[in-house]
Design a protein around this ligand. Structure first.
Ligand code: FES
Length: 161
C-alpha cells in the first residue's frame, strides 16, 4: 500500500508549520495531525514527516516511540484504555482488563494492545489517567469512565457494537 497525504491535509500541515520559528518545533503537531487522519503513525508517516521538516527519520521516530499517545500500529474503531496504575490495580483494573478481553475474544496476557479481528475494538493497559480516587478508570476513545464494574463494562461494549 502506498502512502499518500491528501492535498487538504498537506495544506493544513503547511499552514501549521508557519506557526513555529523553526520547522522542527512543529514535529509533535504534525504527528498529531497525521495520527488523527490515519489513526496511527506508520514508518512511511515518520519518513514523510522527517522529509517535510528537513530532519532525519530518527528525529521523528524518537518522538513516536517516546510519547505513548502515538500509536505505532493500527487500532480498532473503539480504543479501550484500562488504567493499571496502583489505585486502579487495587480497584480491580486487571480483572476488568481480563473481562474486556474475554468478552471481545482477545488474549488478556499478550503484550501490548490487542485488536479484534473485525478491527472494531482495541483493548490495552495504560498508566494513570489522573482520577485515582474513582478507580478503576477507563477511557474509550476520548470518553472517560470512572468506577467501572464488569456490568458497566458490558454496557459500554454493548453501546459500541
Ligand atoms: S491510578 Fe488509575 S487513574 Fe490514577
Amino acid at each position: 500500500m502506498s502512502f499518500a497525504i491528501p492535498a487538504p491535509l498537506e495544506a493544513e500541515i503547511d499552514e501549521l508549520i508557519t506557526h513555529y520559528p523553526v520547522k522542527r518545533s512543529a514535529s509533535l503537531m504534525l504527528l498529531h495531525a497525521l495520527q488523527e487522519h490515519f489513526g496511527w503513525i506508520s514508518q512511511e508517516a515518520v519518513e514523510w514527516t522527517a522529509a517535510k521538516l528537513g530532519l532525519q527519520p530518527i528525529n521523528v521516530y524518537e518522538l513516536v516511540t517516546f510519547y505513548p499517545m502515538f500509536r505505532q500500529q493500527p487500532v480498532g474503531k473503539y480504543q479501550i484504555k484500562v488504567c493499571r496504575t496502583l489505585s486502579c490495580a487495587l480497584g480491580g483494573s486487571y480483572a476488568l482488563h481480563q473481562h474486556f478481553c474475554e468478552q471481545l475474544g482477545l488474549d488478556a496476557h499478550a503484550h501490548g494492545p490487542q485488536t479484534t479481528k473485525d478491527g472494531k475494538f482495541t483493548v490495552e493497559f495504560v498508566e494513570c489517567l489522573a482520577s485515582c480516587g474513582t478507580a478503576p478508570v477507563i477511557m474509550v476513545n476520548d470518553a472517560f469512565y470512572e468506577g467501572v464494574s464488569k456490568t458497566k463494562a458490558d454496557e459500554i461494549v454493548g453501546g459500541c457494537r
